[in-house]
Design a protein around this ligand. Structure first.
Ligand SMILES: [Zn+2]
Length: 217
C-alpha cells in the first residue's frame, strides 16, 4: 500500500502515521528525515541542500524529488510506504507519479487529515517542551504529573518561541494554500480519504488510524 499522508500541524498526523506504520509494517518516510539523513551522510544531494539552506534559500524541487526517489528505491519500501511532507506542490505530485510509474507503482491512497483551526490553535498553544531533555508535553492532551514540570528532569517546561498564535496562523495559511492544488490533483483520481480529527465530534487520531487499518487489511 503506497500512502501519502497530509494534514496541517496539530492534526495528529504523526500519531496516525505511527500507528499505520506499526500495523501495516511499512515505513513512515518524512521529508525532514530524508533531508537530515542526506545532510548527515554528506551525499551529493545533501551538500546541495546544505548550500541552499546556508544561503537561507528554499531547496529546489529537483533536489527534493531526487532525494525522495532514492529513498523510495530502498528495500523497505517494496511493500509500500507512508510518505509524509511530500508532495508539497503540484510539480512534486506529478513527479511522484512519474517516479512510481517507472516501477509499475502508483499512489494508492491519500489520507488527508483535518481539524478545525480553533482546535489546532488550542492544541499547539498547549504544547510545552523540556529545555533539558526536549521531551514534548501538551497541557491538554499529555500533561506532566505535576504543574509544568518535566517528569524526567524536574525542570520547568518552556513554550517554544515559534509557538505563538500569530506564527501558527501564518504557517497554517501557507499550508492550506500549498496543499489545496495537491488535494485537488488526487481528488480527480478518486484516491483521497479525508478524515476529520476533532474533540468536538469525539474522533481522535487513534480512531482514524484504527478505521483506516481495518479498511486496508
Ligand atoms: Zn526533561
Amino acid at each position: 500500500m503506497n500512502i501519502v499522508i497530509m494534514g496541517a500541524q496539530g492534526t495528529g498526523k504523526g500519531t496516525v502515521a505511527g500507528l499505520l506504520k506499526g500495523d501495516l509494517n511499512i515505513p513512515h518516510i518524512s521529508t525532514g528525515e530524508i533531508f537530515r539523513k542526506n545532510i548527515k551522510e554528506e551525499t551529493e544531494l545533501g551538500k546541495i541542500a546544505t548550500k541552499y539552506a546556508d544561503e537561507g534559500k528554499l531547496v529546489p524541487d529537483e533536489v527534493t524529488n531526487e532525494m525522495v526517489k532514492n529513498r523510495l528505491e530502498e528495500k523497505d519500501c517494496n511493500n509500500g510506504f507512508i510518505l509524509d511532507g511530500y508532495p508539497r506542490n503540484l510539480i512534486q505530485a506529478e513527479k511522484l507519479d512519474e517516479i512510481l510509474a517507472d516501477k509499475g507503482k502508483k499512489v494508492d491512497m491519500v489520507i488527508y487529515l483535518t481539524t478545525p483551526t480553533n482546535e489546532i490553535v488550542e492544541r499547539v498553544m498547549a504544547r510545552r517542551e523540556c529545555p533539558k531533555c526536549k521531551r514534548v508535553y501538551n497541557m491538554v492532551l499529555n500533561k506532566p504529573k505535576t504543574g509544568e514540570i518535566c517528569d524526567d528532569c524536574g525542570v520547568e517546561l518552556i513554550k517554544r518561541a515559534d509557538d505563538t498564535e500569530e506564527k501558527l496562523k501564518t504557517r497554517l495559511d501557507i499550508f492550506f494554500k500549498e496543499t489545496k492544488p495537491v488535494i485537488d490533483f488526487y481528488n480527480k483520481k478518486g484516491i483521497v480519504r479525508e478524515e476529520e480529527i476533532s474533540l468536538s465530534i469525539n474522533r481522535l487520531a487513534i480512531d482514524v488510524a484504527k478505521d483506516i487499518i481495518k479498511d486496508v487489511k
